[in-house]
Design a protein around this ligand. Structure first.
Ligand SMILES: *[C@@H]1O[C@H](CO)[C@@H](O)[C@H](O)[C@H]1NC(C)=O
Ligand SMILES: *[C@@H]1O[C@H](CO)[C@@H](O)[C@H](O)[C@H]1NC(C)=O
Ligand SMILES: *[C@@H]1O[C@H](CO)[C@@H](O)[C@H](O)[C@H]1NC(C)=O
Ligand SMILES: *[C@@H]1O[C@H](CO)[C@@H](O)[C@H](O)[C@H]1NC(C)=O
Ligand SMILES: *[C@@H]1O[C@H](CO)[C@@H](O)[C@H](O)[C@H]1NC(C)=O
Ligand SMILES: *[C@@H]1O[C@H](CO)[C@@H](O)[C@H](O)[C@H]1NC(C)=O
Ligand SMILES: *[C@@H]1O[C@H](CO)[C@@H](O)[C@H](O)[C@H]1NC(C)=O
Ligand SMILES: *[C@@H]1O[C@H](CO)[C@@H](O)[C@H](O)[C@H]1NC(C)=O
Length: 733
């Protein structure tokens, strides 16, 4: 019975591993699978691979049935000849009648011995990275996952020369100054009283360590620089009221699909999937492609170049659209923390953050602080009445809140009202209807949330409150289903059609979401708040496909396509600006505060608080010139790779290079140069930093070599520092 159970487990595990590999190009981590499978939706996510797994299981079963006798014979011979070496009597006793012995000729014994010797020898002398992982055997790997953490950690900032006193900066107004020493870390015991402490007092329990910008050796501020010219002029010209904020989080939002353009790598790939192309065909294709992201074109003011597309001089639209922004994590939940709270997530697998107070106040906490202060002080003074209104913070998505305990996180981040699929698929929900249809294992199409969102907007305005509405799109999640009856298109040509199926599904999902974003903007219009609302669009992470690299998806995949996200600050009265900043989503929160202050959208008290707070965050403001480096320190971009604790993406705005830093022994170092190879088609990889660095030196020169080594140290330090800031201890320490 026991062997039967073991065999079944082995069979299922093997076929899971093979089918997972064939689907995603990467390996299963069993500890990760256990954690994902803990929720119902996670189980569905895993079960979505059931068909290939069943196929694999069948193949293995048939193959083993056919070969079982052969293998049994072989093993018998093998074991017999081994047993024979020593005591022939023992052998006879063990196996009974000795006619088996005739099977074992002297030659076969010799070969068996030699083979066994070589196998054991190789196993003993193999380099531990990566072969101890590769030679792990099921079912043992399913049990022993935890113990593989890399021991390496760097606690002291590795570039002391950048902290020389000559570089220190004095405090000045709201700027707290910069004076780190090697003994401090970016977190320190906080004693002074300032608004940020107050926010923390309101929202959180007392804690020992806080992020301290004065002591952060990596920090670069740009708040001393003037806001960008066109913005200043627009502000002189007319008021730009921001009374409401809508924060849209685009599931798997790729920058090259916001909007899709004719000069993109993606377009070239689509174009190459057709042969014998006449002009007419091309016009047809362009026409079809121009329908995928017309709303994104309007929102960003970036034209697709497919001719028939949107008129970009379209009045009533404006805003800042960015190229070069990377998401802070390729795990959605960690990415949320970066976007809402302007901090670095915990580089550890899965969402320990659900139970830890974030080390910086999030946007919603700040709104709450504004509310509390108004509430307690002179609320009677109404010279600027509309700025005295309270904020209402709302989070809405049409998919589940159960996955990885998202509801807990959203409450922790300070949302006062929330909407998940659990609220709309019960029969007594206000807009429940029988034919509600799930588009993926997480829930419904965004459009199912429409009437609820409309109600929440209306109710907020009716109560004379200011709206902070955050919405997470969902149709662009694997497996990219769209509602039944919605007209899907085929974008790739028939050449290698099957290779492009997933990307084709994804393009369809993007077209669906693009139209939905149009509806969402329409709702703001209907509510009469379109030109007093700042709408922020950002991808939670990108999404790599077979078109980009061998591994599909974000899981354990460092490819840059998983990081390049759109970022747009849209407001009809803002000037149209298209900017290139190689920064990250950690800048969003300080930028929102900076915009609120500069557009005079806060009362005097709140303005003071916001000015103070924006100096407390790690990221620079994106409405001012971005400092790529300052006194030798670079503007680093750290990206925590799904599932969190295995790899860190390390880059910097000062250089075109990117390092994938493995955090345990199962993954490779990887180096790319985005100037020479913007789509990372030819990464340099190595199992140790030494072997990687040597090749980087050879292919990219001494500067890249130096940088890669620096990046490794800074990355390891950053990881150790996040763990301190999050009060996280590795379980095996
Ligand atoms: C192996 O060979 C030797 C002599 O060459 C012989 O005496 C012996 O019986 C052989 N052993 C087996 C197991 O056949
Ligand atoms: C924060 O709370 C602590 C006690 O938990 C209190 O001593 C301190 O005065 C409070 N600070 C502010 C700014 O309210
Ligand atoms: C893209 O479209 C623009 C405008 O239609 C055109 O000028 C440009 O040549 C096109 N670029 C490519 C690569 O087709
Ligand atoms: C774009 O729109 C503006 C006003 O809406 C109009 O004057 C202009 O002719 C349009 N341009 C094109 C190319 O359609
Ligand atoms: C503050 O607001 C809450 C409701 O938001 C209200 O119950 C309370 O009475 C207010 N307090 C003051 C001092 O205005
Ligand atoms: C109301 O605000 C004005 C200007 O901000 C100030 O002069 C006045 O003293 C305030 N009144 C009260 C009652 O706080
Ligand atoms: C606000 O939008 C409306 C259309 O919805 C437009 O007529 C009006 O001019 C806009 N207001 C400003 C200040 O631009
Ligand atoms: C951002 O990085 C890309 C790729 O390395 C480079 O081409 C571009 O010039 C950089 N932009 C800025 C503003 O530094």
């Amino acid at each position: 019975m026991l062997t039967f159970t073991l065999r079944c487990i082995d069979l299922l595990a093997t076929s899971s591993q093979i089918s997972f590999y064939s689907q995603t190009g990467s390996e299963i981590r069993w500890d990760a699978a256990r954690s994902v499978g803990a929720s119902r939706q996670g189980m569905k996510l895993i079960l979505s691979g059931l068909v290939p797994m069943a196929a694999t299981t069948t193949v293995i079963t048939v193959a083993s049935w056919l070969s079982a006798q052969g293998i049994w014979n072989l093993m018998t011979r093998w074991l017999c000849s081994l047993a024979n070496i020593g005591d022939t009597k023992t052998y006879t006793m063990l196996t009974g009648p000795s006619d088996l012995r005739s099977l074992v000729s002297n030659r076969s014994r010799l070969w068996t011995l030699v083979g066994t010797g070589i196998t054991i020898g190789l196993w003993l002398i193999r380099p531990s990275i990566p072969y101890n992982h590769m030679t792990g055997a099921l079912p043992f790997t399913m049990l022993g996952e935890q113990s593989r953490a890399r021991r390496m950690t760097i606690e002291t900032f590795p570039l002391p020369e950048l902290l020389a006193e000559e570089y220190w900066e004095p405090a000045n107004g709201h700027y707290k100054g910069w004076a780190p020493t090697l003994d401090d870390s970016a977190c320190s015991r906080e004693t002074k009283t300032n608004p940020i402490l107050e926010v923390r007092n309101k929202t959180v329990e007392p804690r020992h360590y806080f992020y301290n910008p004065v002591h952060d050796p990596m920090r670069i501020s740009n708040l001393d620089l003037e806001p960008l010219g066109p913005l200043q002029e627009a502000l002189k010209d007319h008021p730009i009221p921001i009374n409401h904020i809508v924060f849209v989080f685009l599931e798997s939002g790729r920058k090259d699909l916001f909007p899709l353009k004719n000069d993109s790598h993606l377009y070239t790939q689509i174009r190459e999937s057709y042969e014998l192309f006449g002009e007419e065909d091309e016009a047809d294709l362009h026409d079809k492609l121009s329908q995928i992201t017309p709303v994104a074109e309007m929102l960003t003011g970036e034209q697709s170049g497919f001719g028939s597309s949107v008129n970009s001089t379209n009045s009533g639209l404006g805003g800042l659209s960015f190229d070069g922004i990377l998401s802070g994590s390729t795990l959605s939940a960690k990415s949320r923390l970066v976007n809402y709270c302007g901090l670095g997530p915990l580089p550890v697998d899965f969402m320990h953050e659900n139970d830890i107070i974030p080390y910086q106040p999030c946007l919603m906490h700040i709104m709450d602080l504004f509310n509390q202060r108004k509430n307690s002080s002179s609320s009677g003074n109404s010279t600027n009445g509309h700025l005295e209104r309270e904020w209402e913070t709302i989070y809405a998505q049409s998919v589940t809140g159960e996955f990885q305990a998202q509801t807990r996180l959203m409450d922790l981040l300070g949302f006062k009202q929330t909407l998940y699929s659990e609220d709309i698929d019960v029969e007594d929900a206000k807009y429940f209807h029988e034919d509600m249809e799930k588009t993926n294992y997480f829930g419904y199409a965004e459009t199912e949330a429409r009437p609820y969102i409309k109600d929440m907007i209306d109710e907020t305005l009716r109560q004379n409150k200011r709206l902070l509405l955050s919405h997470f799109t969902s149709t662009t999640h694997h497996p990219w289903g769209t509602p039944e009856g919605w007209n899907r298109d085929q974008y790739f040509g028939d050449l290698h059609k099957s290779q492009h199926e997933l990307m084709d599904d994804f393009l369809n999902a993007n077209r669906f979401v693009d139209a939905w974003l149009g509806e969402l903007m329409g709702m703001l219009d209907e509510a009469g708040i379109a030109n007093e609302t700042l709408t922020v669009f950002v991808g939670d992470h990108g999404q790599a496909f077979g078109e980009d690299c061998p591994v599909t998806g974000t899981y354990h995949n460092p490819h840059v396509s998983n990081f390049r996200v759109p970022l747009v600050f849209h407001h009809p009265l803002l000037p149209r600006m298209h900017l290139n900043v190689n920064g990250s989503a950690v800048s969003i929160l300080p930028t929102i505060l900076d915009l609120l202050v500069n557009t005079n959208s806060l009362n005097a008290d709140d303005t003071e608080i916001a000015l103070d707070l924006m100096n407390e965050y790690e990221g620079q403001s994106l409405i001012r010139p971005y400092r790529t480096s300052h006194n030798g320190r670079e503007a680093w971009n750290m990206g925590v790779i799904n599932a969190g604790g295995s790899m860190l993406s390390v880059g910097s705005a000062a250089v075109p290079w990117r390092l994938n830093l493995p955090l345990n022994n199962d993954f490779e170092y990887r180096f790319t140069d985005l100037n020479k190879d913007p789509y990372e088609l030819e990464p340099v990889t190595g199992w140790t930093m030494g072997s990687l660095a040597a090749e980087v030196h050879f292919k990219h020169g001494p500067e890249a070599f130096d940088w890669a080594q620096k990046a490794e140290k800074v990355g390891l330090w950053w990881v150790a520092e996040r763990k301190k800031l999050w009060h996280y201890r590795d379980p095996d320490e």
